[in-house]
Design a protein around this ligand. Structure first.
Ligand SMILES: Cc1cc2nc3c(=O)[nH]c(=O)nc-3n(C[C@H](O)[C@H](O)[C@H](O)COP(=O)(O)OP(=O)(O)OC[C@H]3O[C@@H](n4cnc5c(N)ncnc54)[C@H](O)[C@@H]3O)c2cc1C
Length: 544
């Protein structure tokens, strides 16, 4: 007899991407089952870098504190030529989204925190040692056949999320191709601990033949990546004596570290031809694979998870029409492709084809840093491709380079009514938010539109100018902010970030934020009614 399970969302794969989807669905109150064929966290050397966008996701998932505790922030990266000159120095210091842009971590610790997070949600059913074997789709949902430790399990779900890695069973079963290339080169990746090297920066030695990457990690760990030669034998190169030979020049008179893991990787640049087929969605490595040079494989998977989770939650809870889910592929696939090609290009910069190519690269970097803004462009990592959704769950997304619609919104610090200073997302919750700068948005909505926003579960916020209340009776003793008299909460713009926004765009005093903190719409208060109508259409494409 097989075990029968019924759920709303079946998530296959409890790697970073699947765990993120599960935690977010937990926060949104959605019933889900998470499966992984393994019981233990994978112990391969993998991701070491996580970005500010991902940390914002974990802020929403309520896990950022524990994750942040095990990370290093703002570690610089130095790029060296083969003759030892540092030709580029990257050290982002700005925090537009409320978190440092570069954070170094140990993937097994991070996955352990994400696994712990699942226990907070009663409606999540988590099963390790469960292997997806096949599934059938009909008009009402998906029935998946799974092999569990106790025998066969059938899972009936409305939707299936294939977050089962590069060799995704879900992708294969859905008949979706992963198109692209695999580079004919292999890299040896070595993680060490008990590291005594006094080098608190990441270094990339861009040698045409044998480039090397060295990345400091928390708790005296360090990552080394060595490009291998075509004739190098994988087994031979991972022998402890051989690994020791490669590490020795980096430690010289220092004692040698302990090798934790070493493994040879091939680099893939591949993207699935679609991220959705019927009720099946691909996310993370199942949907795209990129060389690890820009440290964005996991981060891209977290972007998928963040984009998909709130959409599934909106549809499963009845707040949006099922066809809205088609915007997942529309919004995510193009950016995933851009990230894959960017990471592939960065890899070419690491190992130029010849000395002439290396000298040309060196000269162009030197020239770039001489032009105004060029140094900042490199230093602050402004070259990172950022998502910009021109279609999907957005209203009136213009073409301009500065149009905020479809981009991730800033995260300044604000003061709540009780005068506590918090990051914006902690003040506005994890779902839709309608912000009015110096205006209460609810006063510009018809009763019908207000009811729609309420049924969606959106929050309303009136952002006051900093210190715009009357002079306090006593110096340094601020009274709580006065209530609005409507359902709208008041916040105070203590960072001045909303003031600057309004100075730049006086007609954008209303901002509609999606749960993933992308801007769905901006408008003048007089246009809020029309903006609401348009957003309703986008979220309910099937409705008349
Ligand atoms: C050397 C290296 C360095 C990297 N560095 C970075 C970095 O610095 N930053 C970054 O962002 N990314 C980096 N990456 C990429 C990153 O590690 C991956 O993108 C990320 O781990 C993918 O997560 P995922 O959840 O999509 O898939 P995975 O981590 O592969 O998880 C998939 C899960 O699905 C399970 N599974 C598979 N098939 C089934 C099935 N049939 N049934 C049930 N379960 C199944 C597997 O057991 C696994 O647990 C690096 C990768 C490598 C190799």
């Amino acid at each position: 007899m097989s075990e029968e399970i019924e759920t709303d969302v079946l998530i296959v794969g409890a790697g970073p991407c699947g765990l993120t989807v599960a935690n977010l669905l937990g926060v949104y109150g959605i019933r889900a089952t998470l499966l992984d064929r393994e019981s233990e966290i994978l112990d391969f050397p993998r991701a070491v870098g996580i970005d500010d966008e991902s940390l914002r996701t974990y802020q929403a998932a309520g896990l950022v504190g524990s994750l942040f505790a095990d990370m290093l922030q703002n570690t610089p990266i130095r790029y060296h030529t083969s003759w030892g000159r540092c030709f580029a120095h990257v050290k982002p210091s700005v925090q537009p989204f409320g978190w440092p842009r570069r954070n170094l971590f140990l993937q097994p610790l991070y996955e352990a925190v994400l696994r712990q997070g699942l226990a907070r949600f009663e409606q999540l059913d988590v099963r390790f040692g469960h292997d997806l074997r096949s599934f059938d789709e009909d008009d009402g949902g998906i029935t998946a056949q799974v092999k569990g430790p106790g025998g066969a399990v059938n899972v009936r779900a409305q939707y299936l999320v294939g977050a089962d890695g590069g060799r995704s069973t879900a992708r294969t079963l859905a008949g979706i191709e992963l198109t692209g290339t695999t580079a004919p080169v292999k890299w040896l990746v070595v993680d060490v601990c008990d590291d005594e090297l006094d080098a608190p920066f990441a270094a990339v030695y861009c040698h045409p033949l044998s480039p090397v990457l060295v990345v400091p990690l928390p708790y005296r760990h360090r990552r080394f990546e060595f490009k291998l030669q075509p004739e190098d034998d994988e087994e031979e190169m991972t022998r402890p004596e051989r690994v020791h030979e490669l590490l020795a020049p980096h430690y010289r008179s220092l004692s040698m570290p302990t090798v934790v893991r070493s493994r040879v990787y091939w680099h893939h640049s591949r993207v699935a031809e679609t991220f959705q087929k019927g009720r099946v969605f691909l996310a993370g490595d199942a949907a795209h694979l990129q060389p690890p040079f820009f440290g964005q494989g996991l981060n891209s998977g977290v972007r998928d998870a963040t984009n998909l989770s709130w959409k599934l939650a909106a549809v499963v809870s009845g707040a949006a029409d099922r066809r809205m889910l088609e915007t997942y592929d529309v919004e995510r696939r193009g950016h995933a492709r851009a990230m894959v090609s960017f990471a592939t290009r960065i890899g070419k910069m690491y190992s130029p084809r010849s000395l002439a190519a290396e000298r040309a690269r060196d000269a162009s970097f030197r020239a770039l840093q001489l032009i105004p803004g060029g140094r900042e462009y490199i230093l602050q990592m402004k070259y990172k491709p950022m998502p910009r959704y021109k279609s999907g769950v957005v209203v009136r997304a213009g073409d301009g380079r500065t149009d905020p619609v479809g981009r991730m919104f800033m995260q300044p610090v604000v003061e709540k009514a009780d005068r506590r200073r918090v990051k914006l997302d902690d003040a506005i919750g994890t779902w839709f938010a309608v912000l009015g700068i110096h205006v209460d948005p609810t006063l510009h909505l018809s009763e019908e539109s207000l009811q729609w926003w309420k049924s969606l579960g959106a929050g309303f916020f009136f952002v006051r100018a900093a210190r715009s209340v009357p002079l306090p009776e006593e110096a340094g003793q601020l009274a709580p902010l006065p209530p609005t008299g409507t359902m709208t909460e008041t916040l105070e713009d203590v960072d001045g970030a909303f003031r600057d926004w309004l100075l730049a765009a006086p007609r954008r005093s209303i901002i509609v934020l999606r749960p993933d903190r992308y801007v769905a719409a901006t408008c003048d208060p007089a246009e809020l009614e029309d903006t609401t109508r348009q957003l309703r259409r986008v979220m309910n494409p099937g409705a008349r």
